[in-house]
Structures are given as C-alpha cells and as structure tokens.
Design a protein around this ligand. Structure first.
Ligand SMILES: [Zn+2]
Length: 61
C-alpha cells in the first residue's frame, strides 16, 4: 500500500500516478502535485502567502 503523498508546497494531495517527485542531494524525497508547485518551491516562495495553496494563512511555528 502506497502512502498518500502530500504536495510539499501547497499541502494538497498528490494523486497516485501524477505529480512530480524530487530527490534532494541528501536523499530526501519531495512530492509536488504540479509543475506550478515545483517552480514556486524552487523559487523559495512561501506557500502561506499564496491563496491557491492549502497552507495559505497558516501560522509559522
Ligand atoms: Zn501543490
């Protein structure tokens, strides 16, 4: 059984068979639901500042 992946950027579900898997140099695997999220992540944008993400408005811990 495959664990449901969550998009690292927007926090949404990554449907099996879709999305992007990105492996960092240290072996950490990151999932993105779309190129849009991947590009925003690479630009080091904060998802809490974008209304289209599920993380919008969340507090920084
Ligand atoms: Zn996403």
């Amino acid at each position: 059984m495959v664990k449901q992946a969550k998009c690292v950027f927007c926090g949404g579900d990554v449907e099996p068979g879709t999305g992007l898997m990105y492996v960092m140099n240290d072996g950490t695997i990151l999932w993105f639901c779309s190129n849009k999220c991947f590009n925003n992540y690479r630009m080091k944008r904060d998802p809490r500042k974008y209304k289209w993400t599920l993380k919008y408005g969340q507090q920084t811990k």
